[in-house]
Design a protein around this ligand. Structure first.
Ligand SMILES: C[S@@+](CC[C@H](N)C(=O)[O-])C[C@H]1O[C@@H](n2cnc3c(N)ncnc32)[C@H](O)[C@@H]1O
Length: 301
């Protein structure tokens, strides 16, 4: 297997730092006057890690405000993504019948603390050990209380993670809402396919999955886009260095072949729906981003 990610296992090493980037974006979103999602914990993660301690956590701290490609447009993208995937998970557990949630590459996602889960719901958070340890420390210092049963699971998603999830109490007979938010483009292609197959294998009928992919054939074509350039120059994160540059599998087609119903959307469709969020632009590193939603049918009685 080609080792493209992650390098370093903590929140500040390799791909772990991207969890801090998303946390900063959520902190900013929380304080926007027209906020799409609220995460009161996000700013504490950003302030607690030396790598991000001086990043903005409020809109008025962002140099250039909304015009800034990183803390304006890109941060708003993460705010929109958070809202859309919050809605997906809540829909899946409230009306879809899922009783378990699995956050794949959970990073500093605090949905287990901030969403209003139905009683009896279990939220599994899979990420690398060092990221989960940092999260535990920060949330512990805040005495944060989860609103569902929360089970962190330390595992490398490039390897066989199903055993760790099952050992943590996951029940494959119970419908599950799965989420891979901001994850798959960091994984080698074979690991993405392995993850999709594992999700399918562990999903009872009535399960749902949402994930994000990038469709560009050559990500490096966007190296000079405002979004990648500003992320590199302002906070020293070269996303293209962290992404897997291998050709991507067609995971939506794979799920459909396995009987799932799937739908594929651009983020811009949700910008339209919510009346705020990023719009397409020239040389746009978000042009190939797609949010994919799948449902596994219940067996016919
Ligand atoms: C961009 S962050 C997204 C975090 C979270 N899903 C969110 O949207 O806030 C990517 C996360 O994926 C995790 N990750 C990347 N590769 C991984 C791997 N091979 N195994 C486990 N976690 C991984 C990183 O540690 C990081 O927390």
């Amino acid at each position: 297997m080609v080792d493209t990610a992650p390098r370093g296992t903590g929140v500040e090493g390799g791909v772990g730092v991207t969890a801090l980037l998303v946390a900063a974006a959520r902190a900013i979103e929380t304080y926007r006057h027209d906020s799409l999602a609220q995460d009161i914990y996000a700013e504490h993660f950003v302030r607690s890690a030396p790598a991000s301690a001086c990043w903005p956590v409020r809109p008025d701290q962002a140099p250039g405000g909304d015009a800034d490609p990183l803390w304006g447009r890109f941060a708003r993208y993460f705010g929109l993504r958070t809202r859309v995937l919050d809605d997906f998970l809540l829909r899946s557990v409230r009306t879809g019948g899922a009783r378990q949630v699995v956050l794949l590459g959970a990073g500093l996602d605090t949905r287990a603390f901030r969403l209003d889960w139905p009683s009896g719901c279990v939220v599994f958070e899979i990420d690398r050990d060092g990221v989960l340890a940092f999260k535990h420390e920060v949330l512990g210092a805040l005495s944060a209380e989860p609103t569902a049963t929360r089970v962190p699971v330390a595992a490398d998603l490039r390897a066989d993670w199903a055993g760790a999830l099952r050992a943590a109490g996951f029940d494959p007979a119970v419908p599950t809402a799965w989420l891979a938010e901001g994850l798959l483009f960091y994984l080698p292609s074979a690991a993405e396919t392995g993850l999709i197959d594992t999700v399918d294998r562990l999903s009872a009928g009535g399960s749902a999955l949402a994930y994000e992919v990038k469709l560009e054939k050559d990500l490096l074509e966007y190296r000079d886009s405002p979004l990648y350039t500003s992320t590199r120059e302002q906070i020293g994160i070269d996303l293209l260095d962290l992404f897997s540059l291998e050709e991507r599998p067609d995971s939506a087609a794979r799920l459909a072949d396995g009987g799932w119903s799937t739908s594929v959307h651009t983020p811009f469709e949700f910008t339209d729906r919510h009346g705020r969020g990023p719009l397409p632009e020239e040389n746009d590193a978000l042009a190939g981003n797609r949010w994919v939603f799948g449902e596994k049918p219940r067996p016919a009685r």
